[in-house]
Write a protein that binds this ligand. Structure first.
Ligand code: COA
Length: 176
């Protein structure tokens, strides 16, 4: 089946919210508390995604991966959010449904985000990943990201370590 990557539209809100929740529940099992994951619902994410999709513009973007009319994943990007002195663009989230993983779609979404950031004038970018999310770390390493630093993040009542990956030259990622 063909996977289409395209800019997200407001009508994608529910599809993105569902992919977001389902991917969190499979990816973070054993990392994020079971109670927190069980309490997540697409309904509770819809408002957040409605806000995001209605405030896209110069600083934020979202692309979806769609297969047979169904959203199987998404990436969102923006100007780097913490005034990093070196990296000016950021990927805020990249999530695929479990059954859509390891088929090259993650790489395509990262390259789409890198291209979009480059078009917006960025030459570098970073992203944050939970330290214990080893498959995602392998993916970012395979795409040429280098580990930058670590910081804690609060998820529910847990505090978990996150690490950042940086790309100094977006052109290399686009060409990967
Ligand atoms: C992480 C994620 C976005 C990667 O996307 P993907 O479509 O599965 O990965 P791709 O098929 O594009 O992989 C590209 C390369 O990355 C590496 N890679 C990807 N997943 C990997 C894994 N689980 N283990 C080791 N290497 C991996 C491989 O080198 C792969 O190339 P290959 O398939 O030719 O060997 C996707 O698996 C996903 O959504 N995971 C769950 C959510 C998540 O962890 N998101 C990141 C949060 S920060």
């Amino acid at each position: 089946m063909t996977v289409i990557i395209r800019k997200a539209a407001p009508s994608d809100t529910e599809g993105i919210a569902r992919a977001h929740v389902e991917s969190w529940q499979t990816t973070y099992k054993g990392i994020v508390s079971a109670d927190f994951l069980a309490a997540m619902s697409a309904g509770s994410r819809v408002t957040k995604w409605q806000e995001t999709l209605s405030s896209l513009g110069e600083r934020r973007f979202v692309f979806v991966a769609e297969e047979a009319g169904r959203i199987i994943g998404f990436v969102n990007g923006m100007d780097e959010r913490e005034n990093d002195p070196r990296y000016t663009g950021e990927v805020g989230g990249l999530y695929l449904l479990e059954e859509a993983q390891r088929q090259g779609t993650g790489r395509k979404l990262m390259q789409t985000a890198a291209r979009e950031l480059a078009q917006r004038g960025h030459t570098s970018m970073l992203l944050w990943v939970l330290k214990d999310n080893l498959p995602a770390r392998k993916f970012y390493e395979a795409l040429g990201g280098k580990i930058l630093r670590e910081k804690p993040i609060s998820i529910g009542d847990q505090t978990l370590p996150e690490i950042s990956f940086g790309w100094d030259n977006l052109i290399n990622l686009i060409k990967e």
